[in-house]
Design a protein around this ligand. Structure first.
Ligand code: XIL
Length: 330
């Protein structure tokens, strides 16, 4: 096979990537390479609250609809990202929501957005990043606006409404910092597991865990056994698992492209070889396909200001060592 999606398919897995409407629609070569490599697409920002629900009574489905049409035309599956998050909350919502009205605002948003894309979405990240152990809540819940307005029930509510709005989509909880053997991440895995367990006990309609996997090139405290145990614990709750947003940042790695690319490829291979041992893992997505378009240029710029190289394709859409690693891991 000559594409990541073909390598993945041989093992019954999905490979895909996040992409922005603005990039897929303006760069035809990028769109062509995207279709060649990917079986599944996540809109990077286009379905988030501030983009899709910019005013109280105004929804803007234009970019999401273009992406859904693109996916359909090229036989890609599409993920939904995301219905509840502490970020991308529009100003109007911050100003108008309160403990009295937040539940009905949330339900209306989820019914409208998940309802609009009903039948088109493989899996929704219903709730994104609800755990932050450093916020001091006994269950590790993040003190996000939604938590402040509704308490811990907002999570269960969101999943129930999403299930009603789109009975065909798989419903995922998605989070980051679940990867390394460091105190904060060990505690976070524990808190996520407890959350998932309590949702399953309550009968919340949840079908999977999304592991973002924003990894670090320099970090060495990776522990395959601990990660596998966590995935096995998640799987034992009868939940599927997807790697939803993988990339490997290169801040702190040498400038030299060969050295840098080799380390990044090594991290991809080590991580995916471990994760893909777990049978409940159904797919891997990277948070971008090409180094030309990655949030890490802004989020994790290199100290030497050199262009970052976190993804499988280079800026000219040519496969890098990371591409080989991902292919080999399937
Ligand atoms: C990021 C986008 O890539 C950026 O363009 C945007 O400015 C901020 O959000 N975890 C997530 C994603 O779940 O939604 C984030 O995406 C990256 C971290």
């Amino acid at each position: 096979p000559k594409s990541l999606k073909a390598y993945a398919a041989r093992k019954g897995l999905l490979y895909g990537s996040a992409a922005a409407y603005s990039k897929l629609s303006e760069n035809q070569e990028f769109a062509r390479r995207f279709i060649e490599e990917c079986a599944i697409l996540t809109p990077e920002n286009d379905l988030k609250w501030h983009k899709i629900h910019p005013k109280p009574n105004d929804y803007d489905f234009s970019r999401g609809d273009w992406l859904a049409e693109f996916a359909k035309r090229h036989k890609l599956k599409m993920r939904g990202h995301t219905l509840v998050w502490h970020q991308s909350i529009p100003k109007w919502l911050k100003e108008t929501a309160n403990p009295q009205n937040a539940e009905s605002i949330l339900k209306e948003h989820i019914m409208t957005v998940a309802g609009h894309y009903q039948g088109l979405i493989h899996s929704w990240d219903v709730v994104n990043e609800a755990i932050e152990v450093r916020d001091g809540h006994p269950l590790g819940l993040r003190k996000s606006p939604w938590f402040q307005w509704l308490g811990k029930d907002y999570i269960d509510i969101a999943f129930r409404v999403a299930a009603e709005a789109d009975p065909h989509a798989l419903l995922f909880y998605n989070d980051y910092d679940l990867d390394y053997d460091i105190p904060h991440q060990n505690a976070k895995r524990e808190a996520v597991l407890n959350l998932l367990r309590s949702l399953k006990e309550q009968g919340t309609p949840i079908h999977g865990l999304g592991i973002q996997a924003h990894l670090s090139g320099p970090e060495t405290r990776f522990n395959a056994e601990k990660l596998k145990q966590f995935l096995a614990d998640v799987a034992s709750l009868d939940l599927k698992i997807m790697v939803t947003e993988m990339d490997v940042y290169d801040r702190g790695l040498p400038y030299d492209y060969e050295k840098r690319d080799r380390r990044i490829a090594e991290v991809y291979e080590m991580y995916l070889n471990t994760v893909l041992e777990e049978p409940n893992v159904i797919g891997v997505l990277t948070w971008g396909l090409s180094d030309r378009y990655t949030w890490l240029s802004k989020h994790r710029p290199r100290n030497d200001k050199a262009p970052v190289r976190p993804l499988p394709l280079d800026r000219e859409f040519k496969p890098k060592l990371a591409w080989e690693s991902i292919a080999n891991s399937f």
